[in-house]
Design a protein around this ligand. Structure first.
Ligand code: 4PL
Length: 245
């Protein structure tokens, strides 16, 4: 399939894991992918791996000036068709060790960052008269996954913000949806004790196995495609049936 021929797609968190996998897929289907990450070298590596006209932009999505610079660069490409917000902090912090500073660190990226990206991204999409926004939520909002209360709270915000965003952008025929993956085997997860939860998570799944980025990518690509035009404000669990909602 070449569903993104001639489309410009911004993907955050593109240096690794789910963001990289999404970027690779959109690029393989013809998109000019703007690979965005706070890890500049990782973003460049992803853009190189995608090839063609894709390029990298280093950006701290929690910083308004940094996001402003990013969108100046995107504006030079003339338009924005697809925005996939993957970048997030995925912490493992025991409840007894959760401080307000750590809470704010996560909210700054997972919610402030999402807002800044959707603010600037939707403004550019409205100028172009087309848009698909896909935000990364998490099935932890249904499960109340342990050792990440602040993350779970932030992802609850992702769900409800996406619903409201869909309302605001509906008049412009721009869609906003989110996917809710379960535990996925990524470089990020492998750096935390969440990596030891695969057995427990698998026990709850209708379909057994360890989730990998390739399991999530097809749902994202569909919601980001032109033909998903009648779907907006929705959340899709992509978790082998761990949660049925
Ligand atoms: C079920 O989004 O959804 C661990 C770590 N386990 O980040 C998540 C589950 C994690 C999740 C998540």
């Amino acid at each position: 399939m070449r569903r993104f021929e001639g489309r410009v797609a911004v993907v955050t968190g593109a240096a690794q894991g789910l963001g990289k996998a999404v970027g690779m897929r959109l690029g393989a289907e013809g998109a000019i992918v703007v690979a965005v990450d706070i890890n500049a070298a990782g973003a460049v590596a992803t853009a190189k791996a995608i090839g063609s006209s894709s390029f990298a932009v280093a950006c701290d999505i929690g910083d308004e000036a940094s996001v402003g610079k990013l969108f100046e660069t995107v504006a030079a490409k003339g338009k924005l068709d697809v925005l996939v917000n993957v970048a997030a902090i995925v912490p493992f912090v025991k409840w007894d060790e959760l401080t307000i500073a750590e809470w704010r660190r996560v909210m700054r990226v997972n919610l402030d960052g999402l807002f800044l990206m959707c603010r600037a991204g939707s403004d550019m999409m409205r100028k172009g008269g087309y848009g698909r926004i896909v935000n990364f939520c998490s099935n932890s909002i249904f499960a109340g996954t342990p050792n990440m209360a602040h993350y779970v709270a932030s992802k609850g915000g992702v769900l409800t913000f996406t619903r409201a965003l869909a309302t605001e952008l509906g008049p412009y025929k721009i869609t906003a949806n989110c996917v809710c993956p379960g535990l996925i085997d990524t470089e990020g997860v492998q750096t935390t004790p969440h990596k030891d939860a695969f057995g427990f998570v698998e026990m709850l799944q209708a379909i057994k196995g360890h989730g990998v980025p390739a399991d999530v990518v097809p749902a994202v690509a569909f919601l980001a495609s032109e033909e998903a035009h009648w779907i907006t404000g929705q959340a899709l669990n992509v978790d082998a049936g761990m949660v049925r909602w």
